[in-house]
Write a protein that binds this ligand. Structure first.
Ligand SMILES: CC(C)(COP(=O)(O)OP(=O)(O)OC[C@H]1O[C@@H](n2cnc3c(N)ncnc32)[C@H](O)[C@@H]1OP(=O)(O)O)[C@@H](O)C(=O)NCCC(=O)NCCS
Length: 302
């Protein structure tokens, strides 16, 4: 592997190499692991990486990232959120690499303190955190992990005066405006949203809006489809505060979920935050849509 650093022997005697993230093509390489090992026991979906890595422009310097590979196959990655945070994913068949990723994180973190959030079901990562001296923190803020099978979806009903449709060419400015209104103060810009739209696995046919008669976009729901695992992730969903509690988020999510089912998925996942006032409406919305919790995040500190 060019530019790679050998870190040990993999199974079958092959050498595992580690290399630093070198650009957007490596995002797809990271997603290849996410896709390959996706299950309800993992905290991330290919859509998380696509959205997290693109929706705020100019943050690459805050995200030192490294990939571990075995014979060209990505088997682990670490993605630092400076100064003290880390996302990491490790093939459960290679649990020892979790320690390797945490040791790499120690070389890039910019503070003595560390804070790492992951899904409670990721037992191989939790064991590594404990081996590396982290302890579980009793955090009042966490994410519920919720899922919805798509076999019995109700039909969306657009509130009077609105129509539901997916994004079309020429919608970028209004698409960004509805996101910014829902997520004030938002760092999403036309430039960053254009980048998200160009990132696998974005599809405009899974990016839905509720449009008012005066052409304003009032609510939106973006879904990312992991085709291999037939699972879509809602990220993000929002309604402009001027239009809330009229059933627009319910309608636009149901329309997008219907498109997701028609594209071949059999379930959807979403991760509403609990314990934050500004996100208080998120979990009730997904409960209203029929999503059921299957896990939650936990935070480890050192
Ligand atoms: C969450 C959000 C998208 C809801 O949008 P909305 O268009 O107001 O939601 P709807 O009117 O379709 O509500 C559908 C149902 O969700 C639940 N709900 C929505 N907002 C709620 C709130 N503030 N409190 C309690 N329940 C709520 C209710 O069950 C509601 O049905 P009801 O009005 O018949 O009781 C909106 O508040 C928002 O944009 N928040 C900021 C961004 C965010 O948190 N997004 C979600 C996480 S990705």
């Amino acid at each position: 592997m060019s530019g790679g650093q050998a870190v040990g022997c993999g199974m079958l005697g092959r050498m595992i190499t580690m290399r630093r993230y070198a650009g957007p093509e490596d995002l797809r390489a990271m997603q290849s692991l996410t896709e390959r090992i996706w299950s309800l026991d993992n905290y991330c979906h290919v859509g998380d990486q696509a959205w997290e890595r693109t929706h705020i422009a100019g943050r690459e310097a805050l995200h030192p990232t490294a990939l571990w590979e075995d014979g060209g196959e990505v088997v682990a990655w670490g993605w630092a959120f400076l100064p003290d945070g880390l996302h990491f994913l490790v093939d459960p068949a290679r649990p020892e690499l979790a320690d390797e990723v945490l040791r790499w994180f120690d070389t890039v973190a910019e503070s003595e303190a560390r804070s790492i959030t992951l899904l409670d079901r990721e037992t191989h990562l939790r064991a590594a955190l404990e081996r590396q001296g982290y302890r579980l923190e009793d955090s009042p803020v966490y994410s519920d992990y919720m899922r919805l099978p798509l076999d019995d979806l109700p039909e969306p009903v657009a509130p009077q005066g609105f129509r539901l449709r997916h994004v079309e060419p020429g919608d970028l400015a209004r698409r960004v405006a509805v996101h910014q209104a829902a997520w004030q103060p938002s760092k999403v810009t036309e430039e960053s949203y254009r980048t998200a739209m160009g990132t696998w696995p974005y599809r405009s046919t899974l990016d839905w809006v509720a449009e008012a008669e005066d052409d304003t976009f009032a609510a939106s729901c973006l879904i990312w489809l992991d085709e291999r695992n037939r699972v879509g992730e809602l990220e993000p969903v929002g309604t402009d505060p001027r239009f809330r509690r009229r059933g627009l988020a319910r309608a636009v999510c149901l329309a997008a979920l219907g498109a997701l089912r028609d594209a071949g998925a059999d379930q959807a996942v979403v991760y509403p935050v609990r314990g934050l006032a500004k996100a208080a409406a998120a979990a009730p919305l997904y409960e209203d849509l029929g999503f059921v919790p299957y896990g939650r995040t936990v935070t480890y500190v050192r």
